[in-house]
Design a protein around this ligand. Sequence first.
Ligand code: NAD
Length: 281
Amino acid sequence: MNKKDVMLLTGAGQISMAIARRMGYGMKIVIGDKKLENALRISDTMNKAGFDTVVSEMDLSSCESIFAFIAKAQQYGEIAMLVNAAGVSPSQASIETILRVDLYGTAVLLEEVGKVIKPGGVGVTISSQSGHRMPALTPEKDEQLAMVPTEELLSLDMLQPQNIRDTLHAYQMAKRCNVKRVMAESVKWGRRCARINSISPGIIVTPLALDEFNGPRGDFYKNMFAKCPAGRPGTADEVANVAALLMSPQGAFITGADFLVDGGATASYFYGPLKPETKIE
Ligand SMILES: NC(=O)c1ccc[n+]([C@@H]2O[C@H](COP(=O)([O-])OP(=O)(O)OC[C@H]3O[C@@H](n4cnc5c(N)ncnc54)[C@H](O)[C@@H]3O)[C@@H](O)[C@H]2O)c1
């Protein structure tokens, strides 16, 4: 088999595809998703547009599945890029599933890819603006989210059922953890001359967001983009524009960082018309 540099792409959605189309030319793109049909759909679109992709069924909530996915990808060549956009939203899943997929699975993936990433490699993981509107945690809790061994994460007191209000709170904790984990992992990735960052998008029109618009918090989300400075939801391509900077040589000094791409929704939430009466969201 002709070896190429490999891009690992998890979560075969609009955001990951937009990033892969900017950065994945000339690479072997290994697309992992729990729903194989999603991976096949994106693979087909990309292969017909001149990219070289293969699919693999993978479940981000399972460390065994993550190990197998990485091992399969390595058969094609060295892993030089990671794009992690697999995830479930507050309207799609239970508290337990959100914590397993978005929090634990992402932590495992970042750590395992960080052990094998090619020198000079880069990664980006998709967090969310949602984590930015949750009040600050204590420095001790932040450090736990950043540093405890992955297999102990879900046993942390702050993540036990009595301490998680609802699926939105679980999602916010997961996304806060993503950002903290990226900071801690960037130190390890740096030892391999590799970089890892996260992007926290606002409302981006994708199937996941459409589930939110049609879910119990639909009006809340529609109000959010109507009253943010941009006055509209974003597109996957606008997220990918930022990923392209982070993953290209122009972003060589950027690692361990999180980038909010939300049309100003977070700014409006704190200091504008989206400011809630009581800050519980
Ligand atoms: N769309 C938005 O408005 C928005 C905003 C902020 C953050 N995000 C984040 O962006 C990421 C991608 O979301 P998207 O909007 O492109 O959604 P999407 O629904 O288009 O894609 C998400 C993909 O993840 C896959 N997936 C779900 N659970 C999985 C698991 N356990 N293992 C492997 N794959 C799994 C789904 O099958 C789906 O193909 C998510 O982490 C989401 O939280 C999205």
